[in-house]
Design a protein around this ligand. Structure first.
Ligand code: PMT
Length: 407
C-alpha cells in the first residue's frame, strides 16, 4: 500500500511534454495522503498551466524566485524547509544539467540548493538526448550528489522515437516516493511509543491534564513504522487518526498508561523473534500527580466555603519503570522544559536511567505543545545533537534515524 500520509512533497515541474502527466502525479500523491506544493519553471508553463496544477494540488503554485508576494507568503527557503522531499517530475535534460552543476538562477534550482531533504528526479527526454555523453555525465553527478533517480522508462516517445527517456508513469513515481521514506533501519525491532496527555479525574466531570496534543508521539510512531519497525502507540486522550500499520491502545490516566505499557512490553517480550530488540519512546506528557480521591459524584459548590483543597498523590513513573525491566528496552525519554532545558534533561537521563533523551523548550509557543513544529536537542551518553525548527514529522524522522544509529 502507498503510504504518504502527512508527507509534504514539493513537486518541481520543468519544461517537457511529460509535464501533462504531472497533473496525474499530483492526484496519486494526494490519494496516498501527501500534501503537495508545486513549483514550475518558465518552460513548464508552456506545456501545462499553473491554474491546472493549483486546482489539483489545492495550493498556490510557485513560479518566481523574486516574486515579492510569494516571498511574503512562502519564500524559497521556507518552501525548502516545508517539504519532506523534493520531487522533480518531469526533469528535462536542461534542468538536470543545471541541477548537476549547482545553478541557482530560478526558483526550482534555488530550492534544490537550499533543501536538506531528499531530492528525487524523474527524467523525461528524447532517447538520443538521454544517451548523450553530456547528459550521462550530468546523471552521474546527480547520483554522486545523493540524488535519487526514478526511471526513465523505455517505450514510444512523443517525437516518434522508441527508447529510454520517457518519464516513469505517475503510479510508479508515487510508489518510488513512498518507498524512499521506508528506510528499513529498524526492521525486526518493536517500538512502543507513549503519546498525548493523561487525564487525572477529580470527579465524574472534571480532570487535571495538560496541553499535549499527541502530534509528536504520532509522528514518532509513523517514522518508526517507515523505518520498518512493528509499532504500538499507547495514546492518552487525543484526536488523531491511527497511522496505517500502527497498533494503538487508548488510555485515559497515568495509571492506565502505566498498566498498558507494562502489559504491552510483557506481551512483546514473549515473542522470541523480538528479544533484545525493543525500543520504548516516552513522548507522552504524563501527569506526575493525580487527585488522591476520584469523587463518585460531582463535587458541589459550597456557598459557605469559597476555597477547596485538592490533595495530590504521585503517579507511577512509567518510563523509569520501563528502564528497570530485564532485558531493558532501549529507553528514550522526552523532556519538556521551560528553563535550564539541557541541564534538566541531563538530570532526567540519569535519574530515570534512560539511553537517550529528547529535550524541547516548551516555553517557546512556536514549538512544543500542540504545535505542528518542534526543535529539539537529542542527548545520549556519547554526545548531543540539535535538530533545528521543522515539522514534527521531520523532527521525528531525525530522532528515529538517530535511535537507529545507536542500535
Ligand atoms: O503532544 P504534542 O502537543 O505534540 O507535544 C509534544 C510534547 C511537548 C508533549 C513532547 O515533545 C514532550 O516533550 N513530551 C514529554 C513531556 C513530559 O512530560 O516531559 P517530562 O519532562 O515531564 O517527563 C520526562 C519523561 O518521563 C517523558 O519521556 C515522559 O513521558 C516520562 N514520564 C513522566 C512522568 C511519568 N509519570 N511517567 C513518565 O513516563
Amino acid at each position: 500500500m502507498l503510504r504518504l500520509a502527512n508527507k509534504r512533497i514539493v513537486l518541481g515541474v520543468t519544461g517537457g511534454i511529460a509535464a501533462y502527466k504531472s497533473a496525474e502525479l499530483i492526484r496519486r500523491l494526494i490519494d496516498a495522503g501527501a500534501e503537495v506544493r508545486v513549483v514550475m519553471t518558465t518552460a513548464a508553463q508552456e506545456f501545462i498551466t499553473p491554474l491546472t496544477l493549483q486546482a489539483l494540488s489545492g495550493n498556490p503554485v510557485h513560479l518566481e524566485l523574486l516574486d515579492t508576494d510569494a516571498e511574503a507568503g512562502m519564500g524559497h527557503i521556507e518552501l525548502a524547509r516545508w517539504g519532506d522531499a523534493l520531487l522533480i517530475a518531469p526533469a528535462s535534460a536542461d534542468f538536470i544539467a543545471r541541477l548537476a552543476h549547482g545553478h541557482g538562477n530560478d526558483l526550482l534550482s534555488t530550492l534544490c540548493l537550499a533543501t536538506r531533504r531528499p531530492i528525487l528526479v524523474a527524467p523525461a527526454m528524447n532517447q538520443g538526448m538521454w544517451d548523450s555523453p553530456a547528459n550521462q555525465n550530468n546523471i552521474a553527478l546527480l547520483i554522486n550528489n545523493g540524488i535519487q533517480l526514478i526511471g526513465p522508462a523505455a517505450g514510444y516517445q512523443a517525437c516518434g522515437d522508441i527508447g529510454l527517456g520517457r518519464m516513469t508513469e505517475p503510479d510508479d513515481i508515487a510508489l518510488a516516493v513512498a518507498e524512499s521514506f521506508q528506510t528499513g533501519a529498524l526492521t525486526g525491532f518493536h517500538v512502543v511509543v507513549t503519546a498525548g496527555p493523561t487525564q487525572e479525574a477529580i470527579d465524574p466531570v472534571r480532570y487535571i491534564s495538560n496541553h499535549s496534543s499527541g502530534k509528536m508521539g504520532f509522528a514518532i510512531a509513523e517514522a518508526a513504522r517507515d523505518a520498518g519497525a512493528a509499532v504500538t502507540i499507547i495514546a492518552g486522550p487525543v484526536n488523531i487518526k491511527t497511522p496505517d500499520g500502527v497498533s494503538r491502545i487508548d488510555v485515559i490516566s497515568a495509571q492506565d498508561m502505566y498498566a498498558a505499557t507494562q502489559q504491552c512490553l510483557e506481551r512483546i517480550e514473549t515473542l522470541d523473534s523480538l528479544k533484545g530488540q525493543v525500543i520504548f519512546i516516552g513522548t507522552a506528557a504524563v501527569a506526575d500527580y493525580r487527585p488522591d480521591t476520584n469523587a463518585t459524584q460531582k463535587i458541589k459548590k459550597n456557598p459557605d466555603n469559597p476555597n477547596i483543597t485538592l490533595q495530590l498523590v504521585e503517579n507511577p513513573d512509567i518510563i523509569a519503570e520501563v528502564a528497570k525491566r530485564s532485558p531493558k528496552p532501549f529507553t528514550v525519554g522526552f523532556a519538556a522544559e521551560t528553563q535550564n532545558v539541557i541541564d534538566y534533561a541531563n538530570a532526567k537521563i540519569s535519574r530515570k536511567n534512560l539511553d537517550m533523551i529528547v529535550a524541547n523548550d516548551v516555553s517557546n509557543k512556536q514549538i512544543g505543545f500542540n504545535s505542528d513544529l518542534n526543535a529539539v536537542t537529542i542527548i545520549w551518553p556519547g554526545g548531543s545533537k540539535t535538530l533545528d525548527i521543522a515539522s514534527k514529522h521531520i523532527i521525528a524522522n531525525g530522532i528515529i534515524q538517530h535511535i537507529s544509529s545507536l542500535q
